[in-house]
Design a protein around this ligand. Structure first.
Ligand SMILES: Cc1cc2nc3c(=O)[nH]c(=O)nc-3n(C[C@H](O)[C@H](O)[C@H](O)COP(=O)(O)OP(=O)(O)OC[C@H]3O[C@@H](n4cnc5c(N)ncnc54)[C@H](O)[C@@H]3O)c2cc1C
Length: 466
């Protein structure tokens, strides 16, 4: 049994959102921490074009930011989004589908780099965190307790460690070593769809679309989405199959891209004059779900963030999940101050079922975004769910809202959503609108649901400018 720092140096590998936040949490527990980050300092260099420029921040990510005291700085750089703005094929006017009925039910567009920079600054400001950039952990020896680090100028160092926090992302090298040492397993399921980011430039200093909505162009097999940036531009992401009739493989030359976008997204083409150039300049990204069992080795090493649980981006939850996990790990370490190994085991026992639940819900949400939002049955059930939430806020909340605007365990949100779906299907059967639904029967069915848990006291949504 050992306490933090007792075994030797505390190391965090990776300075993304999970690693930077974990280093900050560890410093707040009084630990001195060294962070090794393979890339250059993002506060000094631009992220290459086409690499997920902005993200949706929601309650599970907001709570840790409140916890570590950086929410006001984050507030200043976010753009609230009240709902999905649907750009349907057959409509010239986009339609807003609000996310919820409560004022706090908004998500926030935030620059990945600026949010990460706030966390890095806050970690360094503790005086306990040293971050070494351009320092890639090449190997970990979990018997000799050493790390091999490739540093700037082709330097290679072997350094001793006491405890390592592996936050080195979805392609984690540490994960390979950790699961090999503990007999666990990591399973990657690649999605046969990929993505490409495209920028919508500002219009004479203003936004070309409503910035307070997440824009979706749902086209069933593929889709386009766009989130606003404070500079007046939007980052759009095109998601499509990798191969097949309409796919990244078929969009292989400028003419095919130009014809396809003009036909499917004419309003988008009108806003992006250099669409074809961007399409061929920006890299195509691949998407996968990574489920892992065996996140730690005794009191020596633990995985967190995408290194432990990587999900597809369709629920906008990967980073929110990663930050919620960092907070959970901090809590378990505080609960087991003299037994790090027990803290790591309790952390995985709590978070693994929840990571698996959101992995499944994120996959489901792709179908909902590209096809469901324009499916009449879905639209009726969603409207009824919001109406029932308005009438019975203590018992019913739509699945999207439980995931995005609450801190209830993801697995509980999934189980509640399955029960709610049965109720919504029964109440809307054979109906073209929620207008004629038997609200007495609805009240009876909703009364059978368990009361919803309260929000985390740190979920001060009102702190963010809505
Ligand atoms: C297209 C797209 C859109 C997304 N949208 C959202 C969204 O809207 N909302 C949301 O919550 N999530 C979103 N995500 C998910 C989110 O990006 C990730 O879940 C999040 O970045 C995970 O944070 P992390 O710190 O665990 O990993 P990462 O952000 O991947 O950080 C890992 C860090 O480790 C470093 N590293 C890797 N290997 C080594 C090594 N050997 N040595 C040293 N350093 C190393 C890397 O350079 C990197 O800086 C999206 C993802 C994609 C792909």
């Amino acid at each position: 049994m050992s306490a933090l720092g007792e075994r030797g140096p505390i190391v965090v590998v990776g300075a993304g959102p999970a690693g930077a936040l974990m280093a900050l949490y560890l410093a707040r527990q009084g630990c001195d921490v060294t962070v090794y980050e393979a890339r250059a300092d993002i506060r000094r260099f631009d992220i290459p074009a086409g690499r997920s420029i902005n993200l949706a921040l929601a309650t599970r990510g907001i709570v840790p930011l409140v916890d570590v005291g950086v929410i006001d700085q984050v507030d200043a750089i976010t753009i609230p989004m009240r709902g999905r703005m649907i750009h349907a094929e057959d409509s010239t006017k986009p339609l807003l589908q609000p996310y919820g009925t409560h004022p706090h039910e908004v998500i926030h567009s935030v620059s990945r780099r600026d949010l990460n920079a706030i966390l890095l600054d806050a970690a360094e400001a503790t005086g306990r965190v040293k971050i070494e950039f351009e320092s890639s952990v090449r190997a970990i020896d979990l018997e000799a307790d050493t790390l091999v680090i490739d540093g700037p100028g082709n330097t290679v160092r072997a350094l001793p460690f006491g405890t390592v926090f592996g936050a080195d992302g979805a392609g984690s090298d540490l994960r390979r070593a950790i699961v090999a040492a503990n007999g666990g397993m990591a399973e990657v399921s690649r999605l046969d769809h990929g993505y490409k980011e495209l920028q919508i430039p500002p219009a004479g200093g203003g936004f070309r679309l409503d910035p307070h909505a997440l824009h979706i162009w749902p086209r069933r097999e593929f889709m386009l989405i766009a989130l606003a940036n404070p500079e007046g531009d939007f980052t759009a992401t095109f998601f499509a199959p990798n191969t097949g009739h309409t796919s990244f493989a078929s969009l292989s030359n400028p003419e095919a891209v130009s014809v396809f976008f003009k036909q499917e997204f004419p309003d988008f083409v009108a806003m992006v004059p250099d669409l074809v150039e961007q399409f061929f300049e920006n890299p195509a990204g691949r998407l996968a779900t990574m489920r892992c069992r065996g996140w730690s080795v005794h009191d020596k090493a633990v995985l967190l963030g995408d290194a432990a649980h990587a999900i597809v981006p369709f629920h906008g939850q990967g980073m929110n999940l990663a930050m919620e996990s960092a907070r959970a790990l901090d809590r378990h370490l505080r609960a087991h101050p003299n037994d790090i190994a027990a803290a790591f085991a309790a952390f995985e026992a709590e978070r693994k079922p929840n990571a698996d639940a959101i992995a499944d819900m994120a996959l489901d949400n792709y179908v909902e975004m590209r096809a469901g939002v324009v499916d009449p049955g879905y639209v009726i059930r969603r409207e009824l769910a919001l109406e029932l939430q308005r009438r019975h806020p203590e018992r019913l909340s739509p699945r999207y809202n439980m995931v995005m605007f609450s801190t209830m365990p993801y697995a509980e949100a999934a189980a509640r959503a399955a029960r709610q779906a049965e109720i919504l299907v029964e109440l809307t059967a054979g109906r073209a609108s929620p207008a004629g639904v038997d609200m007495d029967r609805a009240a009876q069915l909703v009364a059978e649901l368990d009361p919803l848990p309260g929000l985390d006291p740190l979920a001060r949504h009102e702190a963010l400018s809505v």
